[in-house]
Structures are given as C-alpha cells and as structure tokens.
Write a protein that binds this ligand. Structure first.
Ligand code: NAD
Length: 296
C-alpha cells in the first residue's frame, strides 16, 4: 500500500480519494474548499494545510483540478514540485490541454521526478463506483508503477502512448461524443417536425446505423427511453459546460496538430452558443435546445 497526496477534491476527486482510502492507501488531501477536505478526511485521510504539504513525504501525488492553468499553478507556483521527496511520482488526472500536459512532463522531468498524464472517463458515477477508465500518457515504467494506484479508482487502465497521449485520447473521445450529441439533436428535431413520433424515431434509430452510445445514454428528448437526463429536466449527467471545455481543448489540439476538424469546430460553436444562452449547467444532451429552444 502507498502513501498518496491528493490535490483537488471536487465532484470527481472527492470520490476518487475516498476509493483510494478504501483500497488501503494512506492519503494526505488538499483542496481550496475546506468542506470537501473535511468530507474526505472523515473517510480516513489526513487533511493537509496546503498543496505542498499534501505532496510532502508521499510516494505519489494525484491532482484532479479543473483546467491546465490550475495544474501548472499547483505543481509550480504552489510548490508541489519543490516539496516532493526523491522517487515521488506525479499523476495528473484532470482533463487539460495537450500542450500544458506535455509542458508538465518536461518540468517534472527537469526537476528529477516522474509524471503521468492520466485523464479519466466515466463521470461522477464512475468516480464514485471506482469504475473509471484511465487514459495514460508517459513512460512505460512510470505507467507500470502507477497502475496499482489507478486500479484503486478505476477498472480500465490503458497506456495510450508517451507524454500527453492520455489527454489526446481523452479529447478525441469527447470530440466524437459532442459531435454525436449534436447530430442526435438535429435528427430528433427534424424527424419530429416532419411528423414522426419521437418514440418511433428512437426505436428505429437505436436499432439501425444511426445508433450510438450517446443516443442510448443521452437521448436528447424525454419519454422515449429510461434513465436519460432529458427525462429529468436535463439534470446532468455530464454538463454541457464540461463538454464545451473538452471541445475547445480538441480545437486547440487540432491547431497544434494542423489537422482539420470541421465537425468538431461546428460542435464547439454550438456548445458555445448554448453556454451564451445560460445552459452550461444542463446535461450535454440539452444541446438540442440550440436547435429547438422550447423542446422537452
Ligand atoms: P470540480 O470543479 O468539481 O473540482 C475541482 C476541485 O479543484 C474543486 O474542489 C476546487 O476547489 C479544486 N481546486 C481548484 N484549484 C485548486 C488549487 N489551486 N488548489 C487546490 N484545489 C483546487 O471538477 P470535477 O468535476 O471534479 O473535474 C475535475 C477534472 O476532471 C476536470 O478537468 C474535468 O474536466 C475532469 N472530468 C470531469 C468529469 C465529470 O463528470 N465531472 C468527467 C471526466 C473528467
């Protein structure tokens, strides 16, 4: 069992940290929000005074923060890299831009430590159940060291390649998910407007070539299939604001790569309009409101 500093105990991180405790690891935890620190401390973690304190005298540091700027500021400005002991491995599970992930690999390596980018999919439910998928980027030996730690929080642990490749894989997946959510929305509004019952549309499309995981888990209209956010006023699920963030990360990565992503760009634009309309707190499937604002 390992000693782990865990920084960033939000919707995802609090569950992930608690699962590491359940798996038998010793945790020191830190977040700017004192309440969530106490929530994880109640499960048996030591509450640290700062990010640097959480990173002191531990074998692993896990960060689960909103965006790349947060990861950079915690690792560099808040002194995590300066605080860690020789041999400590840093794992970043936040979804961040590929350029920052690669820069963090370099900064940590220059300081003499090891780093793995390891973003996740599976949402808050997967974080709570300990069934997350980890998409990892970094050296094979570092990945092998981190695997037992990641297994305390997830079921599917994959090395996608070298530095930053976990983040690349994550945004490729979410770009498809965002495009598909928009495609499903266009089809349901089109079909229903021309008089086909939404239940008929769902039953046929979900057993035809238009079927997808997104259609099944996030059908954009209510009353046609069980357990989708549309049945519950589009309560997330995976918030549209987070999807916008990931689609923008995909656009930034496409710029770096020099590849064209016309559908990714269209989806990013649609989710930006949805955000401007005040809908970022709703589930991703609510993107149908860009096509038909009063739909339910
Ligand atoms: P969140 O906003 O709920 O949690 C982030 C936490 O980081 C907050 O508690 C915040 O106080 C803390 N924080 C921010 N700056 C800090 C600092 N300088 N020092 C210490 N703590 C700091 O976000 P989340 O939903 O837990 O997501 C975390 C990451 O995981 C994001 O990158 C997100 O895109 C990704 N992700 C989220 C989901 C999801 O369904 N929520 C799914 C997959 C991936």
């Amino acid at each position: 069992m390992a000693t782990i500093g865990f920084i960033g105990l939000g919707n995802m991180g609090a569950h992930m940290a608690r699962n590491l405790i359940k798996a038998g690891h010793d945790l020191k935890v830190f977040d700017l929000n004192e309440q969530t620190v106490q929530y994880v401390a109640q499960a048996g973690a030591k509450a640290a005074d700062s990010a640097a304190d959480a990173a002191t005298e531990v074998e692993f540091v896990v960060t689960m923060l909103p965006v790349g700027a947060n990861v950079r500021s915690v690792l560099q400005d808040a002194g995590v890299i300066d605080a860690v002991a020789p041999g400590t491995v840093l794992i970043d599970s936040s979804t961040i831009d590929v350029d920052t992930a690669r820069a963090m690999h370099e900064v940590v390596a220059e300081a003499g430590y090891e780093f793995l980018d390891a973003p996740v999919s599976g949402g808050v439910g997967g974080a709570e159940a300990g069934t997350l998928t980890f998409m990892c980027g970094g050296d094979q030996k570092v990945f092998a060291k981190c695997r037992p730690i990641l297994e305390g929080m997830g079921k599917n642990i994959v090395r996608c390649g070298g530095p930053g490749q976990g983040q690349v894989t994550k945004i490729c997946n979410n770009m498809i998910a965002g495009i598909t959510a928009l495609a499903c929305s266009e089809a349901f509004v089109l079909g229903e407007t021309l008089g086909v019952d939404r239940k008929v549309l769902f039953d046929v499309i979900s057993t035809s070539t238009g079927n997808s995981t997104i259609l099944n888990l996030m059908c954009p209209v209510s009353g046609v299939t069980d357990n989708v956010p549309a049945n519950n006023g589009y309560k997330p699920g995976f918030a549209a604001g987070l999807m916008l963030k990931d689609l923008r990360l995909a656009q930034a990565a496409a710029l770096t790569a020099g590849t064209s992503t016309p559908l990714g760009a269209a989806a990013a634009a649609a989710f930006a309009i949805h955000d401007a309309n005040g809908n970022s707190h709703l589930d991703t499937s609510s993107i149908i409101k860009v096509i038909k604002p009063d739909i339910e």
